[in-house]
Design a protein around this ligand. Structure first.
Ligand SMILES: NC(=O)c1ccc[n+]([C@@H]2O[C@H](COP(=O)([O-])OP(=O)(O)OC[C@H]3O[C@@H](n4cnc5c(N)ncnc54)[C@H](OP(=O)(O)O)[C@@H]3O)[C@@H](O)[C@H]2O)c1
Length: 271
């Protein structure tokens, strides 16, 4: 399985905590070198220390910032893309995990309006900008005849993985305004899958339900409320549970695509 992670180059956004951090650990463990992004540089530095300098590079900053996005992709290519001049140019990152995101409790009537712009920018605009930048580079890296030639397929998979949420599909009774952003992410992912799938690029939407991480505090959920949810639905997912599922999906041969999956704590019946 891990063979399909050999010789690949990854980028993970939101790697300073939770699911992104767990995905970073799992991918490096499977032999995939990575560029890590998040705003808290010191957290990324300590993860790099743990995982090793050789396989980890850091592009800290706001994931919605176009310059930060360019830096993530350039750094991946320069540090890990190999290459020997014109005959064998450097390779681009080919495993992009668009994970950075945030929650917000409440509805359009009750949520904190001062946080709407940041929510929309982080969950939707940043994802769209990275899809666009990485998608264009990946398309340019695939030779015209490589996909259809005599039924042969790509020599290695290419992936864009996007973190949606179960509440993008089933409107959340606790945070319906956040649901709107993840519904947009679902549409963005499916539209991009239809565009890039035929060219050999897998665009995968991962929709977790309750995962215990920094997410709850950032969303403004009260600890008492979350304790009630744990009693009702727990054991909750851990970030490592989601990371394992992502690594399984991207470890498939290039012609196999687990394109869209929900992952819930077993006892969570809704949403
Ligand atoms: N936890 C859940 O229950 C749950 C359920 C469904 C979906 N999700 C989705 O899964 C993804 C990861 O969530 P999580 O549970 O791992 O939450 P988390 O522990 O809060 O991690 C969020 C990560 O995103 C980064 N981030 C936030 N805003 C950023 C920005 N503007 N620029 C760069 N990085 C930014 C944070 O790092 P910095 O603060 O250092 O920037 C952090 O590394 C999110 O997209 C979330 O919506 C979570």
């Amino acid at each position: 399985m891990a063979d399909f992670l050999k010789d690949r180059i990854g980028v993970v956004t939101g790697a300073s905590s939770g699911i992104g951090e767990a995905v970073a650990r799992a991918l490096v463990d499977a032999g995939c070198p990575l560029v890590l992004n998040a705003r808290r540089k010191e957290k990324l530095e300590s993860l790099r220390k743990e995982l090793g300098d050789e396989d980890v590079a850091i592009a800290a900053g706001d994931c919605a910032d176009a310059e930060v996005i360019t830096h993530m992709l350039d750094l991946a290519k320069d540090r890990f893309g190999g290459g020997k001049g014109k005959l064998s140019p450097k390779r681009e990152a080919d495993l992009i995990v668009i994970n950075a995101g945030r929650g917000l409790g409440g509805t359009a009537l009750t949520s904190d309006e001062s946080q709407w712009d940041d929510l929309i920018r982080t969950n939707i605009t940043a994802a769209a900008r990275l899809i666009r930048a990485a998608g264009r580079r990946l398309l340019a890296s695939i030779p015209e005849n490589q996909i259809k030639h005599d039924g042969q397929w790509l020599e290695r998979p290419r992936d864009i993985v996007i973190l949606g949420s179960v509440v993008g599909r089933h409107v959340s009774p606790f945070s319906s305004f956040y649901s709107c952003t993840k519904a947009a992410v679902q549409t963005l992912a499916e539209g991009t899958r239809r565009e890039l799938g035929p060219k050999g690029i897998r665009v995968t939407l991962v929709e977790p339900a309750f995962v215990t991480s920094e997410f709850q505090a950032v969303a403004g959920y009260s600890p008492e409320w979350y304790t009630q949810m744990v009693e009702k639905f727990g054991p909750m997912l851990s970030p490592a549970d989601v990371a394992r599922a992502i690594v399984f999906a991207v470890s498939q041969p290039a012609h196999v695509h687990l394109s869209d999956f929900l992952i819930r704590p077993t006892r969570q019946e809704y949403p």
